[in-house]
Design a protein around this ligand. Structure first.
Ligand code: NAP
Length: 320
């Protein structure tokens, strides 16, 4: 029996209350805790960078091009063993040769990540022989296909299978082996768009938001096995994805960072054991700001950003 009726206020006043709650938590929770974290993070990062063991056996997925390729080259050095996994055998072999020339021992692991059985076999075959230190889980499909034929309504399976099943599949195969070993590090490449993005990338945004939530919980669960989980969160990176996408910002290339700089910064921050590695940082502050907005305002901004994107891309509706 309910004794006190649930407290509420009329719906029209709720956005205002939400805004005050956001202000209150920013002022009295976020700012004090962030200030404390700065003092905590300085010695933590220095300790990680100076004393943590450097990874020697590294598995990188989505390695054959752009961001994944630059990660592979960043870790390609004498004494390192690299497993490079992707679906394009020709590009993979070329990259493996380049890494070998730099002194690493690189193996090309040819596999379509949407085939979960094959993925498990390929990953386990690599890991069984070489106890893995670091996994960089970097595969992505997005729904921005503008070939005039593909409809975005039909793309959900391809995007979800690759971005969720494929990524979680590769992570879990690796995680179990790291548990046996009692240590390891897993880095999940997940764009800043997981916080907020244009509505035309509907399945991409949905899968990336899901991965963000997964990573947060997974970090907690993995820590008890001495396994460190990070998110590598690229912002505006100069690769074909951002040229093709016709995002409202795509023409302002001076805002974009190179994949090389992302790989360099990421390697340092992974060594420090940071959780969310965002690069470039400043340009992506709006994405974080959106997250703090009350739902009603966020919905309005989503409409506004959607209209601008349609207008800039010259496309009526989604990216088809
Ligand atoms: N570029 C940017 O500006 C930017 C910005 C923010 C975030 N990101 C994120 O960074 C990551 C990489 O971006 P990118 O620009 O390097 O992407 P990309 O050029 O599209 O590369 C994606 C990689 O995933 C592989 N891949 C896709 N589907 C696969 C499948 N079913 N099986 C095996 N491999 C598959 C591709 O290999 P194949 O060539 O063999 O298909 C390729 O190596 C993504 O998570 C993306 O969301 C990028």
């Amino acid at each position: 029996m309910t004794i006190i009726p649930p407290l509420t206020i009329p719906t029209i006043f709720q956005p205002l209350i939400q805004a005050w709650v956001a202000w209150f938590t920013t002022t009295f929770v976020s700012l004090p805790i962030s200030t404390f974290l700065v003092w905590w993070d300085v010695p933590r990062c220095m300790f990680g960078f100076l004393f943590k063991e450097r990874p020697k056996v590294i598995l990188i997925t989505g390695a054959d091009t752009n961001i994944g390729e630059k990660f592979a080259l960043e870790y390609a050095q004498l004494g390192n063993t690299l497993g490079l996994l992707s679906s394009d055998k020709y590009k993979l072999d070329r990259l493996a040769n380049e890494c070998n020339k730099r002194g690493a021992q690189a193996l090309s692991l040819h596999c379509d990540i949407s085939n979960l059985e094959l993925l498990r076999e390929t990953v386990e075959e690599f890991i069984n022989e070489r106890p893995i230190d670091l996994l960089v889980a970097n595969i992505s499909q997005n729904d921005i296909i503008q070939d005039g034929e593909t409809r975005w309504e039909d793309m959900f399976e391809q995007v979800i299978v690759t971005n969720i099943n494929g990524i979680i599949g590769v992570i879990m195969s690796t995680y179990k082996r790291m548990q046996d070993k009692g240590k390891g590090q897993i880095a999940i490449v997940n764009p800043t768009a997981s916080h907020f993005s244009i509505p035309q990338m509907i399945y991409h945004n949905m899968t990336k938001s899901a991965l963000l939530s997964f990573s947060r919980d997974f970090r907690y669960l993995a820590r008890r096995h001495n396994i460190n989980v990070s998110i590598i969160s690229p912002g505006l990176i100069d690769t074909p994805i951002t040229t093709k996408a016709l995002l409202p910002i795509s023409n302002f290339r001076f805002f974009f960072a190179s994949s090389n700089s992302l790989a360099f910064i990421t390697k340092i921050q992974l060594q420090q054991g940071n959780f969310e590695i965002t690069w470039p940082f400043l340009e992506m502050l709006p994405a974080y700001a959106y997250q703090t907005l009350p739902p009603r305002i966020l919905n309005t901004i989503t409409d506004f950003v959607g209209v601008i994107s349609d207008f800039v891309a010259g496309i009526d509706g989604a990216w088809v």
